[in-house]
Design a protein around this ligand. Structure first.
Ligand SMILES: [Zn+2]
Length: 149
């Protein structure tokens, strides 16, 4: 004898459980066209089987979403420039002395140390100045307007 409880897969792809004695209509779309996957004696076993049957679909969907997201990030050049931007800011932070003063020569040293050739320290500082991060003190020194740690 087969079990009293049935795990069924609807034509819409949704798996659901039902009592074998009743007509099986999909709990998602209400369709009566479904196939029996397995039978259970116990409704608790069935409910586990139902969630397992529906799980792979959701997981594969989630993975697909993640991969799409990752692809987008790879394609999106702003991601790279974002990384680069934080590297630049990090370099400028590191080149700042204890008085909070940043100079082109100190940034030059820092960039050399980090192996960054482009953009130049002048360009980097100029960019930060334009964005309102750095404020020029005199010809060759800048201080931070906003301390982003
Ligand atoms: Zn359905």
């Amino acid at each position: 004898m087969s079990g009293e409880w049935q795990l069924r897969r609807c034509e819409c792809g949704h798996a659901f459980g039902c009592n074998a004695a009743n007509s099986a209509s999909c709990t998602r779309c209400g369709s009566l066209r479904s196939i029996s996957i397995s039978n259970f004696e116990d409704s608790r076993q069935l409910s586990v089987a139902v969630s397992n049957a529906n799980l792979p679909r959701e997981i594969s969907q989630e993975i697909a979403n993640r991969m799409m997201l990752k692809d987008n990030l790879t394609v999106d050049s702003s991601q790279n420039s974002g990384n680069f931007r934080s590297k630049s800011i990090q370099a400028m932070h590191d080149a700042t002395d204890h008085r909070g003063i940043l100079t082109i020569s100190s940034l030059d040293r820092e960039l050399t140390k980090k192996g960054i050739c482009e953009p130049s320290s002048e360009h980097m500082i100029g960019q930060a100045e334009m964005e309102g991060i750095l404020l020029r003190n005199d010809g060759d020194s800048w201080s931070w307007l906003q301390q982003s740690s």
